[in-house]
Design a protein around this ligand. Sequence first.
Ligand SMILES: N[C@@H](CCC(=O)N[C@@H](CS)C(=O)NCC(=O)O)C(=O)O
Length: 222
Amino acid sequence: MASRDQEVTLLSAWPSPFSMRVKLALALKGIEHEDLPQDLGNKSKILLESNPVHKKVPVLIHKGKPILESAIIVHYIDEVWPETSPLLPQDAFLRAQHRFWSDFIDKKLFDSWIRFLRSNGDAAVNEEFNQNCLLIEGALAELGSEEEGPFFGGASMSFLDVLLAPYAVWIPGVEQVMGLKPAKCPRFHKLLAAASEHPSAKVALPQVERLKKFIRVHFESK
Ligand SMILES: N[C@@H](CCC(=O)N[C@@H](CS)C(=O)NCC(=O)O)C(=O)O
């Protein structure tokens, strides 16, 4: 059990890729916490009070103070519990690179992904998502040494690996339900395969089968 881990509560939703990131960071660092799953169709008082701006999960409440936005939360977790499984690199340039790609993942990759889901499998949007995956592939070649391991962090998961890990279940789920044709990105696929096999991911990520049912109900034929 990591230190400074008293009074940690997570407001989450199981299919939420953003919640998965925070669960994964907590699991990697061995931080005990209370998970309070949220009904996003009927938002709780604690969610509305702790995230009045966006009213979204995840919210990490640490010692009574809410921390918002998944990438910011993962960053915060790494700063408060730096000893176990450090996520951000020490080098300032590499840290800047991680922040750059974090921004790209949340703005571009996620945007094309969600538009693919909402378009019910549009080929042009699939292609746009694939182009963004290819850019991730390029970033992996630039920042991660293949000899050292499958992740941006080499053999261990780093900040960017945590942000991308939810795609390990979301890509196969959407591929199977909505016919997503994933781009040929061998390093990115290796990263996702290694992420899904990671012991912490077994705790933090749901089964693809469970997610497929969710995708059918929420995205198919819309
Ligand atoms: N940028 C936010 C996105 C969070 C987000 O979109 N959460 C969704 C679940 S995946 C949510 O709470 N949606 C509820 C709503 O939109 O009302 C983050 O990284 O935490």
